[in-house]
Write a protein that binds this ligand. Structure first.
Ligand code: SF4
Length: 365
């Protein structure tokens, strides 16, 4: 982890996100956090809140320099949260995690994956947080990745249509805006959030030309992402937002391009709002003219194919490997035995819940 953190610092990265799976299961998390923070990185974590509901652990992470925590909650309706988590009592723990983070001075945000079961009450969740946890000032939504976990083999149960959440998402964002809160939305095409296009994670990345490195604890190891795996439909060619829109998330044919429809609004107004955002320190060019020049240069590079020198998404970045790096992610016999045991116990649980198991690389073979 030290090698990775040192490399992020060398690349001039702003920060590191400790995520998972569930990062709090890592026994050395506070030490990792401390090292990243001491190296000058901004440190944030995404968690289900289970361990953070323990005051001692929350304090240890705060003392180690954790600055921001995103607690993942799908729904404030207990029965929906329980169905999606597959466990009872997780909602109370997540609420305790929110309060603990706030108590120990760690800024706290809510992360929520939009899916078929919560698509109609995203605004109701926001109302609850405003009333019961008013210190939460920032919310992040991710539309479901249909190729991940249980969603992959239970798409009809979990994958929403874009139209399922459009109205509720708009109401939720309006509520947040009215109360002076901030938000980001990931994997939602701009035609389903046109009034809030500046809050799209993909659009902000496209506008700012961002890349990110993801270090996986499996064979994938370290991947540098510069391409966002999205697709467009014919309708997109007529849309004024085409050049800054991430389009439709392209995984597992979960979403239908026929749901996209062009919009005719000012692209530059959206760009300007992103690049002049005083709360976002991650982009240096602050005028529309400077941005346009930078953006044109990047587009030309793409057209010439220069960007292909970089590894594509999900391709291990060999140039990154450091000869001194520990063999992170190496498979051992013991690890494989533990994994097999875990699969057996998960299979029993899945059977009880009436869902199918996600597929592994081995199943695919
Ligand atoms: S029509 Fe296509 S380019 Fe336009 S907002 Fe929708 S997904 Fe984006």
């Amino acid at each position: 982890m030290q090698v990775l953190v040192d490399d992020f610092v060398k690349r001039g990265y702003f920060g590191v996100i400790l995520t998972g799976g569930e990062p709090t299961l890592h026994p050395e998390l506070p030490r990792i956090c401390r090292y990243a923070r001491d190296s000058g990185l901004h440190v944030r974590m995404i968690t289900n809140g289970s361990r953070l509901s323990e005051p001692d652990f929350a304090k240890a992470m705060a003392d180690a320099g954790l600055q921001l925590v995103h607690v993942s909650i799908y729904s404030t309706r207990p029965e929906v949260e329980q169905q999606l988590r597959g466990n009872a009592g997780t909602l109370e723990k997540a609420y305790a995690a929110l309060d603990n983070a706030d108590r120990y001075g760690v800024e706290v945000n809510i992360n929520s994956v939009i899916n078929k079961l919560n698509a109609d009450h995203l605004h109701e969740n926001i109302q609850y947080f405003i009333e019961n946890h008013p210190y939460i000032r920032h919310f992040v939504w991710n539309n479901l990745d249909p190729s991940m976990g249980r969603a992959e083999v239970n798409q009809d149960q979990f994958t929403p249509r874009l139209a399922d959440f459009e109205v509720s998402l708009a109401r939720a964002l309006q509520l947040l805006q009215r109360t002076g809160r901030t938000f980001r939305v990931e994997k939602v095409p701009l035609c389903y959030m046109t009034d809030f296009a500046w809050a799209s994670t993909e659009t902000r990345k496209i506008v700012k030309g961002e890349e990110r490195i993801v270090h996986f604890l499996d064979q994938k190891q370290t991947v540098r992402q510069t391409d966002w795996e999205h697709i467009y439909s014919e309708a997109c060619e007529h849309c004024t937002l085409r050049t800054i829109c991430g389009g439709l998330f392209d995984r597992g044919n979960g979403y239908d391009p026929a749901e996209l429809s062009p919009v005719f609004v000012s692209r530059d107004a959206i760009v300007k709002r992103i690049i002049t955002d005083p709360s976002d320190p991650s982009y240096a060019l602050r005028t529309l003219e400077a941005w346009q020049e930078d953006f044109d240069k990047r587009c030309e590079e793409t057209a010439r194919g220069d960007h292909k020198r970089r590894p594509a998404a999900d391709e291990p970045d060999e140039s990154f490997r450091d000869a001194n790096a520990p063999p992170v992610g190496a498979l051992t016999d013991k690890g494989e035995r533990l994994f097999a045991a875990k699969r057996r116990s998960e299979a029993k649980k899945a059977e009880k819940l009436g869902v199918r198991m996600e597929r592994t690389a081995e199943d695919a073979d």
